[in-house]
Design a protein around this ligand. Structure first.
Ligand code: PHE
Length: 339
């Protein structure tokens, strides 16, 4: 009969060499399995005498328990190793800085819009919003710009493939001026409103984008004069640019919906941008035909309107010279406005 202590040592060393659960179970079979060496010895007991059987049986039982314990211990060890490996693989480095949720910011052009709304609200203007897909009538005809009038080609307009009830294609509004008519027809005079928003023209270069923003202004009352336009607009520019060091001039121009019509130019009289006239807005006294389309009598209701480009105002405020920067979505550019 084989030396039992040697057998135990062999089993322990076989278990120790098994580095994975499957190998350990194979090693177990060699000793404790149906054809294992310990099992064979157990079977051999039958041939022994009563006395020998008792003695040998006890020794084999002890050896079996010892091997089983070694097996169990190794099983546990392997399971622990597996868990430890998994923990190591899935380890979290809690000292790493987390991934921050980036904070969004207000686009510089929208920041300009918000500033303008605040300035005009403070002097009693309402703020209105209107559709970007307009009708031909609100965009042109109601603004004293009848079909086939040459002034229609002042704006190279986009159209969408939808028609109004008269069969005309619907334009994307080329300016915010349709809001003069929409607002005036739905509100009681006196009318004091600004209407900022997106506008569209077939135009694209460093200072023009096919989509851009305007703010329309309209003040209609019983005697709102051209000097009110001068005062309101000049005061607005001073507040917007936060300086009194600017001068404004009203240069004669033409729009079908105003008479007289002007382009508003401004010039800084101090600072790095001083000394150059910059065109900033179209404006004028609202044409009597347009006042009629408001549903008002031009004999009793007069006033001014203006339309200014928000990109232009933003570029002047921050000294930006390429308008396309506003629409490229480059965060290196945009982040500078949200510190
Ligand atoms: N709508 C004109 C434009 O887009 C600007 C304007 C508005 C002029 C109101 C006069 C009065 O060019």
């Amino acid at each position: 009969m084989q030396d039992l202590s040697q057998l135990i040592a062999e089993a322990k060393s076989a278990f120790a060499q098994a580095t994975a659960p499957a190998a350990l179970e194979d090693a177990k079979a060699k000793f404790l399995g149906k054809t294992g060496s310990l099992t064979a010895m157990m079977k051999g007991l039958a041939k022994l005498s009563h006395e020998e059987k008792r003695e040998m049986g006890q020794a084999l039982g002890t050896a079996k328990r010892e091997i089983e314990q070694a097996l169990e211990a190794r099983r546990e060890e392997l399971a622990n190793e597996k868990l430890a490996a998994r923990l190591a693989a899935e380890a979290l480095d809690v000292t790493l800085p987390g991934r921050k949720a980036e904070k969004g910011g207000v686009h510089p052009v929208i920041a300009t819009q918000m500033r303008i709304e605040q300035i005009f609200r403070s002097i009693g203007f309402d703020v209105a919003d209107g559709p970007e897909i307009e009708t031909d009538w609100y965009s042109f005809t109601a603004l004293n710009n009848p079909p086939n009038h040459p002034a229609r080609s002042m704006q190279d307009t986009f159209y969408v493939e939808l028609k109004d009830e008269t069969g005309k294609l619907l334009p994307l509004r080329p300016h915010t001026s349709p809001m003069q008519v929409r607002y005036a027809r739905t509100h009681k005079a006196p009318i004091k409103v600004i209407a900022p928003g997106r506008t569209y023209r077939v135009d694209s270069d460093a200072t023009h984008s096919p989509m851009f923003h305007q703010v329309e202004g309209l003040w209609i009352g019983e005697n709102v004069s051209f000097s009110d336009l001068k005062g309101v607009y000049t005061d607005f520019l001073r507040r917007f640019f936060e300086t009194d060091d600017l001068v404004v001039r009203f240069r004669p121009s033409y729009f079908p919906f105003t008479e007289p019509s002007v382009e508003v130019d401004m010039m800084f009289t101090s600072g790095p941008k001083k000394g150059r006239w910059l065109e900033i807005s179209g404006a004028g006294e609202v044409h009597p035909n347009v006042v009629r389309n408001f549903g008002l009598d031009p004999e009793t209701h007069v006033g001014f309107a203006f339309g200014s480009g928000l990109e232009r105002l933003t570029m002047l405020r921050y000294g930006i010279d390429d308008l396309r920067l506003f629409f490229e979505g480059d965060l290196r550019f945009l982040k500078q406005f949200n510190r």
